[in-house]
Design a protein. Sequence first.
Length: 83
Amino acid sequence: MIPLGLVYAGLAVPGTYLGLTLVSSLNFLVALAILKKNLRMGITPTKNYVDIEIKDLYKQLLTFSIPVFFINSGIAVLNNIDV
């Protein structure tokens, strides 16, 4: 919607690329906000994964992958909505 709005505002083809850049940047910032708790590197040492049950590892993987799935889906929709 943003690239299309910039085209209607009179920016033509450069407006399309500017809009895609703005939306991609906004998407990146939203992704950082969603994944903030998962991206704390260096604050706590990693656990010894030998002592963790496989069920807990699957739970950690699932809690990380759900926001990533929605972010990737949003990017795909963003790229294909103008077509």
